[in-house]
Design a protein around this ligand. Structure first.
Ligand code: PEP
Length: 252
């Protein structure tokens, strides 16, 4: 069975010094933690600090965002090749906070996905409906639009290197986790859509992870579902204790 994928998204938190303290504590708490694939996504400014400590270990480095151009006059942006050379293996793309605060659309998300795949970075494509959309019965449609448009012109071969994160916006940072049934229903929809887009069996090799108020208390019931290949953790990934507990409980 494939290992569960546990991703910590620190958002705009932790200086390089704070990141180093966190990683040392995490390593002490969870030791080898070889039974899961563990990814940390610090802010750009802490990538080097985390890389210096984790390089060669089982902790994998990821970034929270990428720009789609290779280089040029794009003040403040960072390219996929830059992330790769900084030691990243993963990059989060299309997080709902980027869609909400920075105007990202399915089209720009798709360009970012393309640029990550071009340098063999593994994109974690975030998709998911907002509260009003869920209440209006539009969750399936939103998830389908995010998925189809985000994956536009991404080939079946390239799909092998893509992770999908189902993150219902109403569950992110709210303390309101989706029930396992709610999460499972959408994960099944995503697998079904992937098979429709790419042909049968693509879904068996694609990881679909869940994100939204994951804690040490709810991790076990989420990961008991075979359809949930892992988790994307925001708030609870900021404290070494809570994140360590999530990791430990992910392998039980
Ligand atoms: C996230 O940032 O992707 C996230 C899921 O945040 P939280 O765990 O805090 O809800």
């Amino acid at each position: 069975m494939q290992k569960k994928l546990i991703v910590g998204n620190w958002k705009m938190n932790k200086t390089p010094a704070e990141a180093a303290i966190f990683v040392r504590a995490l390593q002490k708490n969870v030791g080898a933690a070889n039974e899961v694939d563990l990814v940390l996504c610090p802010p750009f400014t802490a990538l080097a600090a985390v890389y210096n400590i984790t390089s060669g270990s089982n902790i994998i480095l990821g970034a929270q965002n990428v720009y789609w151009e290779d280089s040029g006059a794009y003040t403040g942006e960072v390219s996929a090749a830059m992330l790769k050379e900084a030691g990243c293996k993963y990059v989060i793309i299309g997080h709902s906070e980027r869609r909400k605060y920075f105007g990202e659309t399915n089209e720009t998300v798709n360009k970012k996905l393309r640029s990550a795949l071009n340098v063999e970075l593994i994109p974690i494509l975030c998709i998911g409906e907002g509260l009003t959309e869920r209440e209006n019965g539009e969750a399936f449609r939103v998830v389908e639009d995010h998925l189809r448009e985000g994956l536009n012109e991404i080939s079946k071969e390239e799909m092998q290197g893509v992770v999908i994160a189902y993150e219902p916006v109403w569950a992110i940072g709210t303390g309101k986790v989706a029930t396992t049934n709610e999460a499972k229903e959408i994960h099944l929809l995503i697998y079904e859509l992937l098979d429709k887009i790419y042909g049968k069996n693509i879904s068996s090799s694609t990881r679909v992870i869940y994100g939204g108020s994951v804690t040490p208390e709810n991790i076990s019931s989420l990961l008991d579902e075979s359809e949930i290949s892992g988790v994307l953790v925001g708030g609870a990934s900021l404290k070494a204790d809570s994140f360590s507990q999530i990791i430990v409980r992910s392998v039980k």
